[in-house]
Design a protein around this ligand. Structure first.
Ligand code: KIV
Length: 274
């Protein structure tokens, strides 16, 4: 079944929503065929694809290229693309232009942006312009310097209240769903109960309406993953073993054998070669 912002809203309270990050055509195709509800072209591509320490230097052009690749692979999953740091914070006009480009050129079906009540004017404007918005609150990696690092958010009553108020404000501004990152599980459950839009958790406990993970984390490709990550398959180890086996066979002259080679018609056919 084709996932849309409408099926997302309807899923609330009925079925858990499954989202994974995706950055390229081949991986996105596997996820789409596995029945993942949404593919998030996250600006985490700055970390896992480009090797940056944080997401701040990811550009709109980076997002457009990767989003279009994912969109070409997706038949049923909703494609959501992050607005990168530099693309929506300077002015609402810039946010509009960036959102429009992600839909028109990146072929995203929705955009995601980090921030709470302060960003509601942008969310309202994008939504009015038919650009569906997924909010992102709790730990917001684009604010790494303001937060003093990547750490659990909403630990005190005051902080938790701000995050809950942000969730309510984003719903009111028109966001169709929220990502809630790295908060105590009780807060995840409370926010999920309080808002009428789906809350997709990452490190926000089991009470959320759905979950999202970065695929390199859940397939064991990440060194020292966060506590909230579960490794579902040690693909990193499997890949390392396969690369080593390939290197060994090439060096030993075992690969390629004739079964992986194109046989000559007959040696005599090549006698004329000089
Ligand atoms: O960029 C990203 O991958 C994200 C997820 C962590 C939710 O925003």
């Amino acid at each position: 079944m084709k996932n849309t912002v409408l099926t997302f809203r309807e899923a609330k309270g009925r079925e858990k929503l499954v989202m994974l990050t995706a950055y390229d055509f081949s991986t996105a195709k596997i996820m789409d065929r596995a029945g993942v509800n949404a593919l998030l072209v996250g600006d985490s591509l700055g970390n896992v694809m480009l090797g940056h320490k944080n997401t701040l230097s990811v550009t709109l052009e980076d997002m457009l290229r990767h989003c279009a690749a994912v969109a070409r692979a997706s038949e049923n999953a909703l494609v959501v693309c992050d607005l990168p740091f530099m693309s929506y914070r300077v002015s609402r006009e810039e946010a509009m232009r960036s959102g429009m480009r992600l839909l028109a050129e990146g072929m995203a079906q929705a955009v995601k942006l980090e921030g709470g009540a302060d960003f509601c004017p942008v969310v309202r404007e994008l939504t009015k312009a038919s650009i569906p918005v997924m909010g992102h609150i709790g730990l917001t990696p684009q604010s790494v310097h303001a937060m003093g690092g990547f750490r659990l958010q909403g630990k005190t009553l005051t902080q938790a209240q701000i995050i809950l108020d942000d969730a309510r404000a984003l719903e009111e501004a028109g966001a169709f769903a929220l990502v809630l990152e790295c908060v105590p599980a009780v807060l995840g459950q409370r926010i999920t109960r309080e808002v009428g839009i789906p809350v997709i958790g990452i490190g926000a406990g089991p009470g959320c309406d759905g979950q999202v993970l970065v695929w390199q984390d859940m397939l064991g490709l990440t060194d020292n993953p966060a506590k909230f990550v579960k490794v579902f398959s040690e693909m990193g180890q499997a890949m390392a073993a396969a690369f080593a086996a390939y290197a060994g066979e090439v060096r030993a002259g075992v690969f390629p054998g004739m079964e992986n080679s194109y046989g000559a018609l007959d040696e005599a056919d090549f006698e004329g070669l000089r």
